[in-house]
Write a protein that binds this ligand. Structure first.
Ligand code: DON
Length: 352
């Protein structure tokens, strides 16, 4: 064997050993995921607390027994339990991905300056929060995850026609989900017929110049984005894309630049579960987002994306079973990013 062949053989062996070691690490890290998912499913399968949203009539008709859990890890594997195929409307979870699109196109300051990135402490469709921000706080102290901020974010997606804007919005959602999503027409019609409050919010945001033009179009596109159909697995892939630096772990496509992901996660952490966002963060440490369709997504950065679909909601508008299941699975998998177990002294605390 020539010395060149020997060098090649050594290099190849090193690569093989490294690959086997990292595969071993991944497999070991993942070995507990499916049992954690199964345990949460079994534990909450017969929990029937909460009630479907009914202010959008189509949501009241969704099967309240629907219950699906999905966790997606770095290699794009999905660990699932229950019904992960039936689609529900994405509702407010859509707000995360429209915000991501605006940040991607116009930078993080665009959202911060026009809408704000602060929790309002009020209901998701509060009009008082708009008045309070404008008249008392004197600045844009809202966020893109409550309706006034979300409708404004939708109005910020650039395009010459409504169709052009829509194809950017749905294109972004498709990149995050890794498949072509579509609007659930019955939900879209039902919400369009009953969204007078959002129309009022759109007009108010226009009157105060948060929305620069065509508030009716912004409200219509917002209603359409909320009606996009997703299942638990789609939502988990979308969450995992945010967990792994904006790169969809199933398709490998970069859905948002890696440097913008922390901005998106920060708003989810402070305002993702509305009035209960603080309580949620206190118990899980996870940036998350709920929707009145019954879905919740949560992100453990660098570890996993998780989603649960179960339509009955609590008083704050968050799925009861989704909150419980995610909390349990997160605890079992050690997903809380604030709970650091490694106490090895580092260069910085050696001197203390
Ligand atoms: O605008 C609305 O009222 C709904 N399309 C979305 C609200 C929502 O999902 C709030 N979620 N917790």
């Amino acid at each position: 064997m020539s010395s060149q062949q020997r060098r090649r053989l050594i290099a190849l062996s090193i690569v093989l050993v490294a690959l086997t070691a990292s595969l071993g690490l991944i497999l070991r890290a993942q070995s507990g995921v499916q049992p954690a998912v199964n345990a949460a499913f079994t534990r909450y399968q017969n929990l029937h607390e909460g009630k479907n949203a009914d202010y959008i009539p189509a949501l009241a008709k969704v099967d309240p027994n629907l219950f699906g859990i999905a966790v997606v890890t770095a290699d794009g594997r999905a660990f699932t339990a229950g019904d992960i195929r039936t689609e529900v409307s994405i509702q407010s979870i859509s707000k995360v991905f429209t915000m991501a699109r605006v940040i991607q196109d116009q930078g993080p300051e665009s959202i911060e300056k026009r809408i704000g990135v602060d929790a309002t402490g009020m209901r998701f469709n509060s009009i008082v929060s708009v008045e309070f921000s404008k008249k008392i706080l004197g600045g844009p102290e809202m966020n893109p995850l409550v309706n006034p901020g979300a409708i404004t974010a939708t109005s910020m997606v650039a395009g010459n026609t409504a169709d052009e804007v829509w194809s950017k919005i749905i294109g972004t959602y498709n990149d995050f989900a890794g498949r072509q999503l579509s609007v659930l027409q019955d939900v879209y019609k039902s919400e369009s017929d009953s969204n007078q409050r959002n129309q009022a919010i759109g007009m108010l945001m226009y009157a105060y110049e948060y929305i620069k033009s065509n508030p009716q179009q912004a409200v219509d596109l917002y209603t359409r984005q909320c009606s996009v159909g997703v299942n638990a697995k789609d939502l988990a892939v979308m969450a995992a894309t945010l967990a792994f630096g904006g790169r969809n772990p199933v398709t490998g496509k970069q859905a948002i630049n890696v440097e913008y992901v922390p901005n998106v996660l920060a708003v989810m952490a402070t305002a993702g579960l509305y009035d209960d966002s603080g309580k949620w963060l206190y118990h899980t440490g996870l940036p998350a987002k709920s929707g009145v369709g019954g879905g919740i997504i949560a992100i453990s950065p660098g570890k996993f994306g998780i989603a649960v679909v179960s339509p009955p909601l609590d008083d704050a508008g968050n799925s009861v079973r989704a909150q419980r299941a995610i909390r349990d699975i997160n605890t079992t998998l050690g997903g809380n990013p604030y709970a650091v177990k490694n106490r090895t002294p580092t260069a910085t605390n050696n001197n203390q």
